[in-house]
Each structure stands twice: as structure tokens, then as C-alpha cells.
Design a protein around this ligand. Structure first.
Ligand code: ATP
Ligand code: MN
Length: 463
């Protein structure tokens, strides 16, 4: 008999009165001598399907293996439910236990485990309501991202994960090598001889696909990347991972305003798509963790983002009378407390901050006429702080080289990047959205380690 997924089964509808076959994992079993109720879940929805065992048809002994966490196949008749909490239920006629789960050792017994505890059993936490909901929302958001860019005529470009450019500057890198660490080949000067390494040079995991993204944009017009990114920063914060996923659109012929318009439209589209297509999961998360979740999501969709310059933003912060842990002054890199003050206290809306001091931004950003600032843009969100970082890029070869020399950036492996400015250079822009920060926002969770199935952070590479 063909299996019905529980997401379809719980709707009842035409299935009422029919025999169905359902499969899944037991969430709970309760009941008495006459009747037993099993809540079955197969991961296709937050909802459980109620299976009713009439104890006149089954003996107590045969149901012994049906414990929390065990896996089942059940065939039975779908009927309307008398009980509250569900429209329909299955009256079991036959069942098979695929796998038992010993109640003495299966860790997901009682309800209400802490998120910290669940992090230690990340191999099993996807079976909880919370992580089922988060992972479904994450998947739906990933689909929305591809859908958005596809509808806009962007091409999906896959940039390399292993890179030899050491000037990206976005964060500390994880080295990639096949050299024997206990017997390193050395040059005459006593340095490690990377010419003997796998790629013939020192390589690392990428911190951003942007530089290659620019090669794509200046050929295909508009591209986006969506892939893993690695940063060996030792930041034990609720907003940083060592391995995270980034979406990086890059567009030829876009100036900073076009870039801001795209970022705003994009993020609103994704949130709206999740609200429409992952409603049950988001409602569950709201009920369990964050009672303002849906109103916050709707307020982002329904309001224009505030756009102001870094200089104006710093002025507001300095005049706020607010005590911050890190001091604010013109030239300071804003911390998440400053970003959140602007968004949550001052404007009560997402903010796009532009034109940052060049000293705190990357070499490739377009230099403004004031010679002090660059055409950077950061999108700041409630509860998150920076969710997007982007800029219009410096398209002028001489200005770009000027900045590179000022900063003393080693360019020997970067000749290919400079070629974009030598041959048919065009105004262009792009940005990077940290996928997990978007998932954090949409799920209302507080810790980034809870919105990726198997998080990587300092001291942890389990699972
Ligand atoms: P932050 O200041 O928050 O550390 P950043 O300025 O270093 O971020 P960018 O280099 O601008 O980050 O990267 C683009 C986007 O990638 C950020 O806006 C953020 O959403 C995300 N991001 C950056 N670092 C991390 C990280 N370690 N873990 C998860 N997401 C990250
Ligand atoms: Mn940034």
C-alpha cells in the first residue's frame, strides 16, 4: 500500500473513510486497557497524526515495542476524530515496528529539554518539534532565495571553497594543506615551502565568494552565490559560526541605491515567503519561544527600511545619552549594541547604514568624493544587528590600486581580480547575506547554533 505523508494525512479531507498507510516515529503513547493513542510524526509537518489502537483487536504485549522514538508503519482507516486537538485519526488495523527505541537510553524522553542539552545531541534534535520546525523553515527560506533570484533573471554561480587569495580580509581563514604537519618541507629561509603543497601554493577555505562573484557579474550581468563560508574567528557569540552559509548577489550596472533597493526587496520577499509557506512552524515557534515573532516579521515586510549615512547614525548614537559597553565616535566600527539601538530604540524599523569610514571597510569598496568614506551599506535588523553587508565596488583601476597600495595588500595572487577593472570595467555592486542570521530572524531563535543542523564553532566539530 502506498504511504501517505503525515502532512497530507492530518488534513483528513478525501482520506476520511479510506484505508491509509502511514510511517513515522512515535512521539508519545498514552491510554488505558481499552484504547491506546499514539502520536506519530514523520517530519513532514509540525503536526502529529493520532493513531488509535482498539485493545480488543491488539494485545498489550504486541504494543510493548511502541515507545517514544520507535519507528512504525501503520495501516488503518482514517476517520473523523471525536477528541479535541485533531480533525481526524487513524484506527489501526495492522502495524509493524521498524525499529525500537529503548526508553532507558533514548535521550528524547520527556518534553521540554533545554536548547543547550539538545545541542549536545544534535544528531537527534531534528526529531524534536522545535528543530523540525527550524529546519523546515530553513529549507523553505533556501528555496525562496533561489526562487527570488531566478525570477529576477539572476544566474546561480558556484564560487570555489578553496582559495589562494589571502587578501579577502573578511576574517581569519582555515588553512587547507596536505603537507605533513610533523615534517614540513622548508625553504632555504626556513619558511614552510608551499610549492610542495597540493596546489603548489598556500590555500585556505574561503571567507566570501565575492571576488569571484564579481567575475561572474561582469560577464553574466547579475549572479548570486549561495554556499558555505568559513571564518576561523574565535568569536563565541550567539551570531557567529565558523562555518555558515552566505548568499552573495553581485550585479553589473547597479549603483549603491540599486543595491539597497535589491537588498530590501529580497529580504522582504524571503520573509513573506516563509510566512506564507511555513506558517504552522512559525506559529509553533512563536508560541514556544517568542510571542512577538509574527508581528515583528510583518512589521519588517510592511515598512520601508530607514536609510541613513554612518555619519548621521553615529550622531544619533552620540546624542542618545545611552550608555554603551563600547564607546561610539566617528570612525568606530559599530558593535551590535549600537546597531540594535538604532533599529530597536530609535527608528523601530530596519536600517540601512551607508557611507562608512574607509578605514573600517574593505579595499574594494567605491571611494566617495570626501576621500574619507566608502559606498558601503549594512542592513541592520531588530534582534540581529548586521544581517547584510555590501557595497558599490570601486570600478576605477587607479583608485582601486591606490587603496591596495595604501593598505599594503599582497596582490600577487589577485591579478585576475584586477583584470575586471582593466578590461571593460563597469559600475557594479553586491552584498552578502548570512543565511543563518536570516533563519535566526525568521524563527525568532536567540542562538545561531540552533538554526543550522550541525553547527561548527570554536571547540566543536562533533556530528
Ligand atoms: P559581523 O560584523 O557581524 O561579524 P562581518 O561584517 O564580519 O559581520 P561580512 O564580512 O560583511 O560580515 O559578511 C556578510 C554577512 O555574513 C554578514 O552581514 C552576516 O550576515 C554574515 N556573517 C558574517 N560573519 C558570520 C559568522 N561568523 N557567522 C554567521 N554569519 C556571519
Ligand atoms: Mn559586514
Amino acid at each position: 500500500m502506498k504511504r501517505t505523508k503525515i502532512v497530507d494525512a492530518v488534513k483528513g479531507g478525501d482520506l476520511i473513510g479510506q484505508d491509509v498507510c502511514v510511517k513515522g516515529w512515535v512521539r508519545t503513547r498514552r491510554g488505558n486497557k481499552h484504547v491506546q493513542f499514539v502520536a506519530l510524526n514523520d517530519g513532514s509537518t509540525i503536526k502529529n497524526l493520532q493513531i488509535v489502537f482498539d485493545m480488543e483487536k491488539f494485545d498489550e504485549e504486541s504494543l510493548k515495542a511502541i515507545t517514544t522514538g520507535s519507528s512504525l508503519c501503520v495501516i488503518g482507516k482514517m476517520v473523523e476524530s471525536m477528541g479535541k486537538g485533531q480533525n481526524c485519526e487513524v484506527q489501526a488495523e495492522k502495524f509493524e515496528v521498524y525499529g525500537t527505541a529503548d526508553p532507558n537510553t533514548y535521550p528524547l524522553q520527556k518534553k521540554g529539554h533545554s536548547l543547550e542539552f539538545l545541542r549536545d545531541i544534535a544528531h537527534l534534535r531534528p526529531r524534536t518539534n522545535t528543530f523540525g520546525a527550524i529546519l523546515r523553515v530553513r529549507s523553505i527560506l533556501a528555496y525562496a532565495i533561489h526562487k527570488f533570484f531566478n525570477e529576477k533573471g539572476f544566474f546561480y554561480l558556484n564560487t570555489p571553497l578553496i582559495t589562494a587569495s589571502d587578501c579577502e580580509g573578511a576574517g581569519a581563514m582555515f588553512q587547507v594543506t596536505t603537507l605533513p604537519l610533523n615534517n614540513l618541507p622548508k625553504t632555504e629561509d626556513g619558511d614552510v615551502d608551499y610549492s610542495k603543497d597540493f596546489f603548489g601554493k598556500a590555500t585556505a577555505l574561503t571567507v566570501s565568494g565575492q571576488l569571484e562573484g564579481e567575475l561572474g557579474a561582469t560577464a553574466l550581468g547579475a549572479i548570486y552565490t549561495f554556499g558555505p563560508t568559513f571564518r576561523a574567528e574565535n568569536s563565541n557569540t550567539p551570531r557567529h559560526l565558523a562555518e555558515f552559509w552566505m548568499i552573495e548577489p553581485e550585479m553589473a550596472f547597479y549603483d549603491i541605491t540599486d543595491n539597497m533597493d535589491l537588498a530590501e526587496e529580497f529580504i522582504k520577499y524571503c520573509i513573506k515567503y516563509a510566512l506564507e509557506n511555513a506558517r504552522d512552524d512559525i506559529e509553533f515557534l512563536q508560541q514556544m519561544y517568542d510571542n512577538e515573532l509574527i508581528s515583528r516579521l510583518e512589521s519588517v515586510i510592511n515598512n520601508d527600511f530607514v536609510r541613513l549615512t554612518y555619519t548621521e547614525g553615529v550622531k544619533i548614537l552620540m546624542e542618545s545619552g545611552q550608555k554603551f559597553e563600547f564607546p561610539v565616535y566617528w570612525g568606530a566600527d559599530l558593535a551590535s549594541e549600537h546597531e540594535r539601538y538604532l533599529v530597536e530604540q530609535h527608528f523601530k524599523k530596519p536600517v540601512i547604514l551607508t557611507d562608512y569610514p574607509k578605514e573600517i571597510k574593505a579595499f574594494y569598496m567605491k571611494q566617495n568624493e570626501d576621500e574619507k568614506t566608502v559606498r558601503a551599506m549594512d542592513v541592520l535588523f531588530p534582534k540581529i544587528g548586521e544581517i547584510i553587508g555590501g557595497s558599490e565596488r570601486e570600478a576605477d583601476y587607479d583608485k582601486l590600486m591606490g587603496r591596495i597600495n595604501e593598505l599594503g595588500i599582497p596582490m600577487k595572487d589577485m591579478w585576475w581580480y584586477l583584470d575586471t577593472r582593466k578590461f571593460g570595467t563597469v559600475p557594479h555592486s553586491g552584498f552578502g547575506l548570512g543565511f543563518e542570521r536570516l533563519v535566526l530572524f525568521v524563527t525568532g531563535m536567540a542562538n545561531i547554533r540552533d538554526v543550522i543542523a550541525f553547527p561548527r564553532f570554536p571547540g566543536n566539530a562533533e556530528f
